[in-house]
Design a protein around this ligand. Structure first.
Ligand code: GLC
Length: 747
């Protein structure tokens, strides 16, 4: 073992000698030449400096010894990038320090701009429920414009980890359980952040993170180990990263977890063989915060210098906040444990991005007060936030025409711990709360209910809801009202990093508040806010209407009110399965048939089933209702058979048979019922968001080709095997409306 990584070092250095490094001079024009010219002048210490990233949180406070020492490091050219520095004044001040270094190499400023910079959009899992790639790209573009105007060069987003375990709090940051949807969302976010070409002063570098398999942490416990087959890795967890790379992601960030016993930060199979080798990635890899140092704790590195060597050799180019490279890497090179050629490769990758961003031509080009002011005060950003939030809110249930609420009601009581929330609406991972400028749900209902409607409010309890002392006031308010809206769920800090939950139910006694309202005959419309799927069986069974609003962002409350009153017809679809209970987790629609499938919930004897719960989720992947109805008719295939290099078209008619305009996300699923490795009972292979006026109908088409049918076989080859394939079209993974089958011929 202890020699293994050294062999990897030699192999990696050899590969570089063959020109497998960043784009050669011919491909990347003068950038490569300028990089080489600069690299030749650099000492080993200066090279290592470019691979060192420090957090600047301290810079926002008093000038401590730590701040002074960091300033010295920056002035000496021993820091290549800072994170957590934002705003024109601070970015200009620190950039000026870096330009005092011998070679005047500018700093890169990175920041977690995850779902907005100042204008906050729905948390990524919520925005993914829109299934609207244009809107997702737009929100990323707006975030980039606001961040870049404030001196930020680089966002640590999109997070593209597939997430199938709602106990893991970071499902909030991703695109849910499905690799196909996640890949398209990853690409849309990269396009939005980076624009057409890196270097525009209204775009930032994107980061595909966390490479890789972080979302499969054992037991949903953050930072936990991951054990995964190569097959599942290639079939499900890698495709969104490949999509981000194909969309041009400038950087990758690795992950805290081990994968099959190897820390991702030192996993040369992931970072060198796949990412920089097979995929030909030309950008650079930044470690996650302190993940180089943590390899000592994992028991994979003897000490910090050993961790530095193992991480660099495995393809981690930049060290975020471990101080492993800055304190130990040069010595490891001089001791012959790390080929300097590998350090040079890492430095080339970092310098190339600084040249591509134009920072050598003008180090201050992103830090522009006028552009910052214009971006941060553009009203179109809040308009977009409201529109996108409205497309992200999922109508889980709507019976007895409970929704939309009629305008002109005498009174509406808005009840619950999240009814008057503002900070919670923003969710986690925001740059700086703007809660003071947010409307709460009570505010928004008052704005939209109309002058003649009395709107009352009572919290009932706080989010933790450990006691029912406030229930009476809430019940009194509800008793006096014509309609009741109950806002329940998580607080913003119950989802996100280091927020795994062993119980994903409604917190505390919130469910009892719902029961108490029902007991007085005031069944409320339920609005749920959370960063993850929760379990809420009593509410799901007994409520007439449920909206899942996630954490909907700066304009989230107004978007919820838009949906409550019907100004917006909900169109969102779940990007993650909602379990009935924790016992079903991890749960995904992409299940396997098994040898004893449940055909009828009443007959589960010796079947793959629970004796105390159905197998089916409470709400399925792709589920989401509308205020109108859609009919799926007349499925047509351009052919019933296809040669391996052929293609065919599946078409059908979608009609809006209801009374209001609406949008439907139609979903195409595939099943390969007989293959050399068993295939899931369903796989998403296409979707389209179709807007229709009442009575309008439209032909919807999907193109089917070999790639639609292909999968990784047991040798991890991407193959489509001849035979029959089932095609399904539906409104959700558990709501298939049309189906047919095709045959892939031998030739
Ligand atoms: C955090 C997260 C990562 C984030 C980084 C910088 O620990 O894991 O997603 O980008 O550190 O804040």
């Amino acid at each position: 073992m202890k020699h293994g990584w050294r062999l990897a070092a030699a192999a990696a250095a050899a590969a570089l000698a063959l020109g497998a490094g960043p784009a050669g001079a011919a491909e990347a024009g003068d950038v490569a030449q300028r990089v080489e010219a600069l690299l030749r002048q650099m000492t080993l210490e200066e090279k290592v400096g470019q691979l060192n990233q420090l957090s600047g949180k301290e810079f926002t406070g008093p000038a401590t010894d730590k701040v002074r020492s960091m300033e010295t490091e920056i002035r000496s050219g021993r820091v290549g990038s800072m994170l957590n520095i934002k705003g024109v004044p601070d970015t200009r001040r620190l950039q000026a320090l870096a330009l005092q270094s011998r070679l005047k190499i500018p700093l890169l400023f990175g920041l977690d701009v995850i779902h907005g910079y100042q204008t906050v959009f729905p948390v990524p899992l919520g925005e993914s429920a829109s299934w609207d790639m244009e809107e997702i790209e737009e929100s990323s573009r707006i975030a980039a414009r606001e961040a870049a105007g404030s001196g930020i060069h680089w966002t640590f987003a999109p997070m593209v980890d597939v997430g199938r375990d709602p106990r893991w709090g970071r499902v909030m940051e991703g695109a849910g359980e499905d690799s196909y949807l996640g890949a398209r969302i990853a690409a849309a976010r990269v396009r939005g952040f980076q624009g057409k070409q890196l270097g525009g002063v209204e775009s930032v570098m994107a980061t595909a993170k966390h490479f890789a398999t972080y979302g499969a942490a054992i037991a949903g416990r953050d930072y936990n180990a991951v054990d995964m087959s190569e097959h599942l890795l290639h079939e499900t967890y890698l495709p969104p990263f490949k999509a981000a790379l194909d969309a041009g992601a400038a950087t990758f960030m690795n992950a805290f977890n081990t994968l099959n016993g190897i820390p991702a930060t030192a996993h040369s199979g992931l970072q060198r063989d796949i990412l920089k080798g097979a995929w030909g990635f030309k950008g650079f890899v930044v470690s996650d915060w302190g993940s180089v140092r943590e390899m000592v704790v994992h028991g994979y590195a003897a000490d910090l210098p050993d961790a530095a060597a193992k991480a660099l050799v495995a393809g981690s180019d930049m060290d975020m906040e471990s101080n492993a490279y800055s304190t130990g890497l040069a010595a490891q090179v001089r001791a012959g444990k790390v080929p300097e050629a590998l350090v040079d490769d890492a430095v080339r990758r970092v310098l190339a991005k600084k040249f591509e961003l134009g920072l050598f031509d003008d180090p201050y080009r992103f830090s522009n007060a006028e552009r910052e002011r214009a971006a941060l005060n553009d009203p179109r950003h809040r308009q977009a936030a409201r529109r996108i939030a409205g497309k992200s809110i999922v109508l889980l249930k709507n019976e007895k025409a409970a929704l939309p609420l009629r305008r002109g009601l005498g009174s509406i009581a808005v009840i619950g711990p999240l009814a008057d929330a503002r900070r919670d609406l923003e969710g986690g991972w925001i740059v700086k709360s703007d809660a003071a400028n947010l409307a709460s749900l009570v505010d928004a209902v008052r704005e939209q209910a109309g002058p003649g409607t009395r709107v009352t409010y009572a919290p009932g309890c706080d989010v933790a809801c450990r006691d029912d002392r406030g229930f009476k006031a809430a019940l009194d308010a509800a008793s006096a009202a014509d309609a009741v809206v109950l806002a329940v769920g998580e607080s913003w800090d119950m989802s996100g990093e280091a927020k795994s939950r062993a119980d994903i139910g409604l917190p505390g006694r919130q469910s009892e508040l719902f029961d108490a309202l029902r007991a007085i005959g005031k069944t409320p419309v339920v609005v749920m806010m959370a960063g993850r799927p929760m379990t809420f069986e009593n509410v799901a069974e007994q409520a007439d209407a449920i909206l899942y609003a996630w954490f909907a962002g700066s304009e989230g409350a107004r978007a919820i009110a838009d949906v409550l009153f019907g100004a917006v017809n909900p169109s969102a679809k779940l990007p993650m399965s909602f379990p009935r209970n924790l016992g079903q987790v991890p749960i995904s629609y992409q299940q396997y048939e098994t040898g004893r499938p449940v055909r009828d919930e009443k007959n589960i004897v010796y079947k793959s089933a629970y004796i105390d719960s159905p197998n089916t989720p409470r709400y399925a992947f792709g589920h989401g209702l509308s205020y109108t109805r859609f009919a799926y008719r007349d499925l047509r295939l351009s052919a019933s058979a296809m040669a391996p290099n052929g293609k065919l078209t599946l078409s059908f008619t979608l009609a809006n048979t209801g009374k209001v305009a609406g949008a439907e996300v139609v979903q195409l699923y595939l099943r390969d019922p007989l293959a050399s490795v068993v295939r899931p009972v369903k796989e998403l292979k296409g979707f389209q968001r179709i807007e229709l006026q009442p009575g309008q109908q439209k032909t919807v088409s999907f193109s089917i080709d070999r790639d639609t049918l292909a999968f990784h076989n047991r040798k991890l080859e991407w193959v489509a095997e001849p035979g029959k394939f089932e095609l399904m079209v539906g409104s959700a993974s558990d709501d298939i409306r049309l189906r047919d089958s095709i045959t892939l011929t031998e030739r």
